[in-house]
Design a protein around this ligand. Structure first.
Ligand code: ATP
Length: 365
C-alpha cells in the first residue's frame, strides 16, 4: 500500500478561505492521476480566529502541524484585527519559529502571455530563486522590541540577530539548491545579499557565507549589497540564479520578486526546515478583494506544486514528483493558451475562471 501523505491545511483569513478549497481539489486531482494520495486536516488559526477566541495559533493546530508530513497555508492577518500593542496577527511567523523553518524559498519565474512590468526585448526570462532566512535577522526582535528614554517612550530599538548556526544552515541550503538547479541547466551561482559595508552583523553574515562557499567549489559564489540588489532586480533580474539573504531584506525583496512576476496572485513560496515545511503563496489576505471571487489562485496552486515536489523528493516518491510537475505544466499551459488574464492584471478572470482553466489543463497533462 502506497504512503498516504498527511497535510495540515491552514486556510487562514480573507482570500485564504477562497483559494484553499480549489487548491485541495487540484492536489486531489493531480494525486489521483499519479496513484497517490493526500489526507487533509483543515486547521484553525489566524486573525479571525484570534478575534473569536483571543488565540491566534491554538496549541491543537500547532501540534497537528508538527505531526503532519507537510503544511499548506493560504494567508493570515487582517489589518483591522491587531494585538493590543498594535502588531498585526501573524501566526504564520510563529509557525516558522515553532517548526524551525529557516529557509524561505521564493521562486521568481514568469508565466507566458502576461503583461509584466519588465519586458526584455532579447527574450531573457526571469527565473531565479530568492532564499530568505526566516528565523532570525531583524525579525528576531519582533516580540522583544525595547522602548527607552526618560518617559519610557523616547527611543524604540529592534535588534538584529545573526547567528553562525542560523547562517551556516541557510547557506548550505542555498548552495544545495544551486547544485540541484545546475543539474537542470541553470548557471550554478549563489549571490549573498547583505549590507556588509555598513553593519557588523552583515559583515559576519558575509564571512560565514564565504566559509560555506569553500565547501561548494562547483558553485560560483558572489556578493551584492542589498541596495545594489534592488537596482539590479529592476534593471536586469535575469543575472541572478540563487540569491540568499537575511530575514527582513528577504521579506522586502520577495515582494519585489512577486512584483516582477506581475502580481501577488502569481508568486508561490515555501518555508523549509530540516524535517518539516510550510508552503504558502506570497500574498496576504487581501481584504480589499475578499469575498468577491476576484482572487487569483495561481500562487496557491504553484505553492501546492512545490509541496508535492518537496514531499516526492523527501520520500523518494516518483508519483508525487510527477504530480507536482503536472500542476506546474498545467499552469504554464493554461496561460500559454492566451485565454487567461487575471483581474489583478486588468483582465476578466477571477477565481472560478482561472481555476476552471487550470483544472482543464491538468486533465490533458
Ligand atoms: P500582507 O500585509 O500580509 O502582505 P495584504 O493583503 O495587505 O497582505 P498583499 O497580499 O501583499 O497585501 O496584496 C496586496 C494587494 O494585491 C491586495 O490588496 C490585493 O489587491 C492584491 N492581491 C493579493 N493577493 C492577490 C490574489 N491572490 N489575487 C488577486 N489579487 C491579489
Amino acid at each position: 500500500m502506497s504512503k498516504v501523505f498527511s497535510i495540515a491545511v491552514f486556510p487562514g483569513d480573507g482570500i485564504g478561505e477562497e483559494v484553499t478549497p480549489v487548491a485541495l481539489k487540484l492536489i486531489e486531482q493531480a494525486c489521483q492521476m499519479n496513484n497517490t494520495q493526500c489526507e487533509f486536516s483543515v486547521l484553525e488559526a489566524g486573525a479571525a480566529h484570534y478575534q473569536k477566541t483571543g488565540v491566534a495559533l491554538p496549541e491543537t493546530s500547532l501540534q497537528a502541524a508538527h505531526a503532519a508530513d507537510a503544511v499548506l497555508l493560504a494567508c493570515m492577518g487582517m489589518p483591522s484585527i491587531r494585538y493590543p500593542d498594535g502588531r498585526e496577527i501573524a501566526p504564520q511567523l510563529e509557525l516558522r519559529e515553532e517548526l524551525d523553518l529557516f529557509a524561505g524559498v521564493r521562486p521568481v519565474k514568469t508565466v507566458p502571455n502576461l503583461p509584466l512590468p519588465l519586458a526584455d526585448e532579447r527574450g531573457r526570462k526571469l527565473d531565479f530563486v530568492l532564499i530568505r532566512e526566516s528565523t532570525e535577522g531583524l525579525f528576531a526582535s519582533r516580540n522583544r522590541f525595547v522602548m527607552e528614554g526618560e518617559s519610557g517612550a523616547e527611543v524604540a530599538k529592534d535588534t538584529q540577530v545573526i547567528t553562525r548556526k542560523g547562517s551556516e544552515r541557510l547557506f548550505h541550503f542555498a548552495f544545495q539548491t544551486a547544485r540541484r538547479r545546475k543539474l537542470l541547466g541553470y548557471p550554478g551561482e549563489v549571490t549573498c545579499v547583505d549590507k556588509a559595508n555598513v553593519l557588523g552583523s552583515f559583515y559576519f553574515f558575509r564571512q560565514v557565507f564565504d566559509e560555506v562557499a569553500r565547501e561548494y567549489p562547483d558553485i560560483k559564489a558572489s556578493h551584492i549589497y542589498v541596495d545594489a540588489a534592488a537596482l539590479q532586480l529592476v534593471r536586469q533580474p535575469w543575472i541572478f540564479d540563487v540569491m540568499v539573504t537575511e530575514n527582513m531584506f528577504g521579506d522586502i525583496l520577495s515582494d519585489l520578486g512577486a512584483g516582477l512576476m506581475g502580481g501577488m496572485g502569481m508568486a508561490p513560496s515555501a518555508d523549509i526546515g530540516h524535517s518539516l515545511a510550510v508552503f504558502q503563496p506570497c500574498h496576504g489576505s487581501a481584504p480589499d478583494i475578499m469575498g468577491q471571487g476576484k482572487a487569483n489562485p495561481t500562487a496557491m496552486f504553484l505553492s501546492a506544486a512545490m509541496m508535492l515536489d518537496w514531499l516526492g523528493e523527501k520520500h523518494e516518491h516518483a508519483g508525487m514528483v510527477n504530480a507536482a510537475k503536472q500542476i506546474n505544466q498545467a499552469v504554464l499551459a493554461a496561460y500559454q493558451s492566451n485565454q487567461l488574464l487575471p483581474i489583478e492584471f486588468g483582465g476578466k478572470d477571477g477565481l472560478e475562471q482561472i481555476s476552471d482553466k487550470i483544472f482543464r489543463s491538468l486533465e490533458t497533462q
